[in-house]
Design a binder for this molecule. Sequence first.
Ligand SMILES: Cc1cc2nc3c(=O)[nH]c(=O)nc-3n(C[C@H](O)[C@H](O)[C@H](O)COP(=O)(O)O)c2cc1C
Length: 381
Amino acid sequence: MNQQNQAFFSPFTLPNGVELKNRIVMAPMTNFSSNPDGTVTDAEVDYYARRSSGVSMVITACTYVTPNGKGFHGEFGGDTDEMIPSLKRVATSIKEQGAKAVLQIFHGGRMCPPELVPNGEIVSASDIPAEKGGVSTEEPDVKPRALTEAEVEEIIVAFGETTRRAIEAGYDGVEIHGANGYLIQQFFSPHSNRREDRYGGRLEKRMTFPLAIVDEVKKIAKEHAPADFIIGYRFSPEEPETPGITMEDKLKLVDTLADKRLDYLHVSLGEFFSKPRRGVEDLNKTRIDYLLETIDNRVPLIGVGSIYSAEDARKAFETGVPLLALGRELIIDPDWVQKVAEGKEAEIVTEIDKNKQKELVIPDPLWNAIIHTPGWFPGVS
Ligand SMILES: Cc1cc2nc3c(=O)[nH]c(=O)nc-3n(C[C@H](O)[C@H](O)[C@H](O)COP(=O)(O)O)c2cc1C
């Protein structure tokens, strides 16, 4: 192995005592490939197995915690006990290859396509549609219905219930999906949350829902899981809309989360070295630098975003992040970690090879999304 890469092959111990065998994890990626009833397909199970022997931890695609939280066609379900055998198939395929399996738990809120949710009824913190060109450009502007206080509480409980199912299905942990403009972020955002009850108002009150989910997940894990069950939280930096979450707001949430005794925080970024849009003094400092400074070693941070080569990873680790997630690159080259470990980093493939779907073990719906979305993956223009 190239000596310079040794740093990211050293083991890392999470706050709960779990030892990760190296510093590279697989980022959560929706693959659109589950059955319409929410059960996983063989193709999806094979896709995970193919990518789980090098990385230390695999964070799965998001799974919905309630039927009205289903955000993607072909998303797998975590909303009922009937889904436990299906959830277990993914956990087993990951763990058999030697990685820790972490289930990403999610509610899509106002970003859900109406055809996927009961009666086409879209829900959110308030009745404000997502803006085109905002956190996501993919979904149409749909006016959501504001959840009642009782419904908000049901969703908090549902995050706990899905955590219990993850435990029963054999996962090593869960990641709370508080990023990318979905329901948890919608409650923190002054754009989507105009509530006047305990879940809305000034910044601290807009943290109520995300923090209540953290507490509920922790409570359920304490009751049902071994003490080394992993609990992580993923968040996005700022939002482009006004009003919207600024970097300053997000750092306040991160500061609070850093004291919640989680096992890791995970930022969602398209570019690891990206800089804040607004809300901080120095717009030349990277978001990662701001986050590391705010967290101040209280909890491990997972960084991510356009890491393709070993050189990219080395530069990212120089910032001081203890863990790095790879997303698209592990779809493009599932042997990335092994190649680096064996000193074959020159053989890493960094563009999708359009002739290798079978060899790369990529399910058809994900493959079609990749090759029909110009600019999303390197090699597809
Ligand atoms: C196909 C695809 C699906 C994704 N699905 C999810 C998801 O379910 N949950 C999530 O938090 N992020 C999701 N993301 C974002 C990734 O986790 C990651 O943050 C992003 O791709 C940047 O990392 P990369 O440049 O290494 O791919 C997805 C990204 C891709 C490419």
